[in-house]
Write a protein of this length. Structure first.
Length: 288
């Protein structure tokens, strides 16, 4: 890995497919000196400006930004946003309409958040950012990217076990998973495998065009096995471990759990993952 020029980046974008462990990695980054975690804010075009500005204006502290997503509604209410407002403007954006995310506004609000939190770096996480690498790299020329990749069979099983999978909108297509499966005559195992493979392949292909000093890939399984060692590798993109490794909380407090044993993977999942990885890798010219 090429080493960074020594300056800590103002922004670090954490990206990866859903259920890949991006939240854990984001919270671990927030343990480093001078880093503040900003989950979800950058993923909503119309939420970015009003939500972050109201947080700053009404003193919603940095700890609120690392709340579990299950508490997001309370967070929005605390920031002064009504449910009607959230429903009206909370549309996720994908790569095809990434231009609708006002990068100037995003840049300004991240500055506000860093200032309010007394941080040098804002670590921003959103899974849809897998499709936004080019526009983010152009808007934030000194930003670093941390791409989290997890074993695909684990991701597929985790996705299918969630309560939101069947109504979830595929950001790279625009249809819900249920509609996509029906229209394309595919099993949900196959759709979940395709969702993982396309997100990873798109991100990998775009990150290959970035300077090596701006991007690092993190394998989730290696991260939970040795989070401190993986964080040290991120010094290659300019993140400082600090004098005492920079960790302000214990790794146990982050909720990092090692998968104790491999589950038996259903044959349908294995076949779907193998087929989709091969097809998508050939299309995007990357090795999955």
């Amino acid at each position: 890995m090429t080493m960074h020029n020594g300056e800590q980046p103002s922004e670090v974008f954490v990206l990866g497919s859903g259920r890949s462990g991006t939240t854990i990695v984001l919270h671990a980054l927030a343990c480093l000196d001078g880093v503040i975690a900003v989950p979800r804010l950058a993923g909503r075009a119309a939420w970015t400006a009003p939500l972050s500005s109201r947080m700053v204006r009404y003193g919603v502290g940095p700890s609120a930004w690392t709340r579990p997503s299950s508490e997001s509604t309370a967070l929005f209410t605390e920031a002064g946003l009504t449910q009607a407002f959230q429903s009206r403007v909370g549309r996720s954006i994908g790569p095809d309409d990434a231009g609708s995310l006002d990068m100037g506004v995003l840049w300004h609000r991240l500055q506000q958040i860093r200032h309010h939190g007394g941080a040098r770096t804002a670590a921003v996480k959103n899974t849809a950012s897998c499709g936004r690498v080019p526009v983010l790299a152009d808007t934030f020329p000194d930003a670093a990217f941390v791409h989290v990749v997890r074993r695909p069979t684990t991701v597929v099983l985790s996705m299918l076990a969630t309560d939101f999978w069947y109504d979830m909108t595929l950001w790279w297509d625009g249809r819900t998973t249920q509609r996509y499966a029906q229209d394309e005559d595919l099993s949900h195992e196959r759709v979940a495998a395709r969702h993982w493979a396309r997100q990873v392949a798109i991100a990998m292909a775009d990150l290959q065009r970035c300077a090596p000093s701006r991007a690092v890939q993190v394998q989730y399984e290696q991260f939970v096995d040795d989070p401190r060692g993986q964080l040290e590798q991120m010094q290659g993109v300019g993140l400082s471990m600090g004098t005492q490794s920079g960790l302000r909380r214990s790794l146990e407090d982050l909720g990092i759990k090692v998968e104790s044993a491999r589950r038996d993977i259903p044959g349908a999942v294995l076949a779907a993952v193998e087929s989709e990885c091969s097809e998508v890798a050939e299309r995007w010219g990357v090795s999955l």
